[in-house]
Design a binder for this molecule. Structure first.
Ligand code: ADP
Ligand code: MG
Length: 507
């Protein structure tokens, strides 16, 4: 009698433990394995396995087991109806093999039972709403005559029904997790352009605009600080447009002396001016059929603006010193880092031209406005410069932190150059904070100190406070030394040690 009570108690404890385990999380394999261990410990079952039906392969596969090795688990695969496990699934009712040694149906696929004699095999279906979704099996050595097979089957059936609920919940959870991820992907990476990095909302807006506008002939005006990728985007528009096989011509309005601008843009006839020995095509003619990028369009002299306006409106012009009207089919993209509206209000930029250019404005965000893209950009550049230099450099999390914290006044161009220098110059495989240029390390975050060696951390701080003090005092060493409590000799020594040099012109 007491024996029976103890046994009942154990069963209840086991069931309680199982439901606790399965309520803990959605880590399917881990929790089912723990469940099988509970059965092993509490109920003295030798081996236990949970098989689930894979709807794709139509196979039963062991998801979790107690008392089996990884290889044995791998081998445990059954078709529907195959062996005892396959039959239990197909029929949806339990089966007991009192002595597996005497049962030809018993396939022993896992190879876990060397001697099959004296072992009973119990197998119950895992069912949800009447449908079998898997099988729960256990081995038992019946030494104790008091325990009946029926009782064991009853316990296994209860456990199987808890497992069924859990598996169904897990499936729902996985599905909604997948949906959430798909949604995120759709929202995040909906637009992409080859080799242009940007998953921030601001860059996604840019990409979306590029996709929308590329196929049209509309004039695009790119606004943005230097180094934000205006030229890159202009090229993307061209290469995504039907003009892709025809020329992309870039022209920087600020880079050429005013007197030469007109002939550079529109070409000239022979003898148009001193030195014009031959006739020459201008950029608009060279870009015929394709796209022209007028960079720094805000620097276009006011006297040239009517001629640009005419190209935009009529698609025609005359070469310098020429009479013949030349017709071109050119798509115009303009870029500027200056505020054109302000130039208009100051009378430096024609209002009519401004409106003609501003058909589709695209605003390029600075890096400061899209810090979440910095790690992606860094990864992109490291990969590229590793390939170019046949290196295998990567960046430490501490250094990455500093790079993300930095303000990047030169935007992507500065980041790109910095990464190239770091990859090319690296002697180790890891870029760590001490490898970074001094202006990037002015305020090392605390974590860096903990993870890096203390000495390097202190040196970093020392280096940046010396740099800071020198900047503040206009690089007068004696003054800077006083601020940080060093003698002029000491600061001189430390500057040498850290290779801090006065900027050119202040020496
Ligand atoms: N989003 C980006 N992804 C990858 N590289 C970029 C990105 N934006 C800019 N770059 C790179 O940074 C540099 C500067 O870009 P650029 O288009 O010349 O800027 P801008 O014309 O605005 O001065 C170029 O080498 C460009 O390839
Ligand atoms: Mg540029």
């Amino acid at each position: 009698m007491t024996q029976l009570l103890i046994r009942e108690n154990r069963i209840l404890s086991a069931l309680l433990e199982v439901s606790k385990v399965l309520n803990s999380s959605f880590e399917l394999e881990k929790n089912l394995s723990r469940t099988m261990n509970v059965l092993g410990d509490f109920l003295e079952m030798e081996r236990g396995s949970v098989f689930l039906l894979d709807h794709f392969t139509k196979e039963l596969r062991i998801v979790a087991a107690h008392g089996l090795t990884k290889e044995q688990i791998e081998r445990g695969k059954y078709k529907i109806g195959e062996g005892i496990v396959g039959r239990v699934l197909k029929k949806g009712s339990p089966m007991v093999i009192p002595n597996v040694g005497e049962e030809p149906l018993f396939l022993n696929k896992t190879g876990s039972r060397i001697s099959k004699n004296g072992i009973s095999f119990l197998c119950v279906p895992v069912k949800f709403k009447g449908e079998s979704i898997g099988v729960l099996s256990a081995d038992r050595i019946f030494k104790d005559k008091a325990i009946t097979v029926d009782e064991d089957i009853r316990v296994l059936e209860i456990v199987a029904s808890i497992i069924a609920q859990y598996v169904i919940l897990w499936k729902h959870y996985k599905e909604s997790e997948k949906e959430r991820e798909n949604l995120k992907l759709e929202l995040k990476g909906r637009y992409s352009l080859p080799n242009i990095i940007g998953s921030s909302d601001k860059m996604q807006q840019v990409f979306e605009a590029v996709h929308r506008v590329a196929h049209s002939k509309a004039t695009v005006l790119l606004y943005g600080e230097s180094g934000t990728g205006k030229e890159l985007i202009a090229k993307a528009i061209h290469y995504m447009s039907p003009r892709t096989k025809l020329p992309f011509v870039k022209f920087n309005c600020a880079s050429i002396p005013e007197g030469l601008l007109e002939s550079e843009l529109f070409g000239h006839e022979r003898g148009a001016f001193t030195g014009a020995i031959n006739a020459r095509k201008g950029r608009f003619e060279l870009a015929n059929g394709g796209t022209i990028l007028l960079d720094e369009v805000g620097d276009l002299p006011i006297n040239l603006q009517p001629k640009i306006l005419r190209v935009l409106q009529e698609r025609e012009f005359e070469r310098v010193g020429g009479e013949k009207t030349i017709k071109v089919d050119v798509r115009l993209i303009a870029a500027t880092g200056r505020n054109l509206e302000e130039l208009v209000s100051k009378g430096k930029f024609r209002e009519d031209l401004y409106y003609r250019l501003n058909v589709v404005p695209i605003f390029m965000p600075s890096i400061r406005e899209r810090k979440e893209d910095i790690p992606l950009l860094i990864e992109h550049f490291i990969k590229r410069f590793n390939e170019e230099n046949m290196k295998d450099v990567f960046i430490s999390p501490e250094a990455l932190r500093l790079l993300v914290d930095y303000d990047w006044p030169g935007n992507v161009r500065e980041l790109e150059n910095t990464m190239e220098r770091l990859v090319v110059m690296s002697v180790k495989n890891t870029i760590s904070p001490s490898d970074l240029p001094i202006n990037l390390k002015l305020l090392p975050p605390k974590e860096v100190l903990q993870k890096e060696s203390l000495k390097a951390g202190i040196e970093d701080i020392e280096k940046s406070s010396i740099f800071d003090a020198l900047e503040k005092t206009g690089w007068i060493q004696a003054k800077a030394a006083r601020i940080i409590g060093l003698t002029p000799r000491q600061i001189g020594y430390k500057m040498k040690k850290y290779r801090i040099a006065s900027p050119i012109g202040l020496q």
